[in-house]
Each structure stands twice: as C-alpha cells, then as structure tokens.
Design a protein around this ligand. Structure first.
Ligand code: CMP
Length: 140
C-alpha cells in the first residue's frame, strides 16, 4: 500500500555533508520526498520526539546527540514506505548493518547512526504530525 514515513538525517550525517547522497538513495528506491525541512531541534523537541525511549539508559545521550547540530527532516511516500526506508537504513547499530545500507556507509556508532526512520505505520503518522502540519505535506 501507499505509505508515508518520517525520516531524519541526523547531525553526524549533516556534518559529513551527505544530505544529498542520502536523499538520492530514497529517490532511487522509489520513495518521494513529500515534506522536508532543516531544523536545529531544541532539547524539548528532541525529548518529545523520543519520549518512548525516556526510561532507556541511552536517552540522555540520544537527546544530547540529536541537538548537537541541525537535522534534515523529511516525510517519504511510496509503496511500503515504512519498511522500504528501514531496509535502506540498515540495522540501528552500524556494525550490524548490511553492506550498502545508509548506516553501513555513513554511520559511526549506534548513537551517531546517520538516520532515523519510523518503525511502524502508526508511529510514522504520529512522527510526521510531530514535525509537519498537514498542509506542509504535499503529493506529487
Ligand atoms: P533511532 O532510530 O533514531 O531511535 C532511537 C535511537 O537511539 C536509535 O536510533 C539509536 O541512535 C539510539 N540508541 C542508542 N543506544 C541504543 C540501543 N541500545 N538500542 C536502540 N537504540 C539506541
């Protein structure tokens, strides 16, 4: 089915100047960018976005990392977009990510892992709403 998912290019990948290379992978896989913005997240925005992880031991480090520089946030649309994006990203830990995936090619560590992608259709809808108004998501 046609789905939308939220993707974030994290501060490590923005600093490496590989936004375009990562977006090209989405487009080459048939995903369309239907909303996009660059943003310096506030601590409150990062904490709210990752609220499901707030009891996890890595929460503080995750939030510190996500506000360490600007991020590029996009909504992606396509057939099976949620799983397709996760396949393109590879495993959360780049050491376990399959060759040719975004994390294998651009990520350094489980914290600085280049990209975030929604893990389910339900979370995707909530995550897109967290960053974009309905009127800022287009179809093309
Ligand atoms: P992300 O998909 O953005 O969702 C939560 C992030 O927490 C994850 O990517 C990782 O960058 C980070 N993280 C750090 N340690 C862990 C861990 N042990 N398990 C899962 N995620 C972790």
């Amino acid at each position: 089915a046609l789905e939308r998912t939220l993707s974030i290019i994290k501060p490590d990948a923005v600093k490496k100047n590989v936004i375009g290379e990562i977006l090209a992978r989405f487009e080459k896989a048939g995903l369309k960018i239907v909303a996009a913005k660059m943003k310096q997240l506030t601590r409150e925005e990062a904490e709210g976005f990752y609220a499901v992880h707030k009891e996890r031991p890595f929460f503080g480090a995750l939030v510190d990392f996500m506000i360490s520089g600007p991020v590029m946030i996009q909504a992606l649309e396509g057939e099976g977009a949620v799983l397709k994006n996760r396949d393109l990203m590879g495993a959360t830990n780049p050491k376990e990510a399959a060759a040719g995936t975004i994390r294998a090619d651009f990520a350094e560590s489980i914290d600085a892992n280049a990209v975030h992608g929604s893990d389910s259709l339900e979370n995707a809808a909530n995550e897109i709403k967290y960053f974009f108004n309905d009127s800022d998501v287009v179809s093309h």
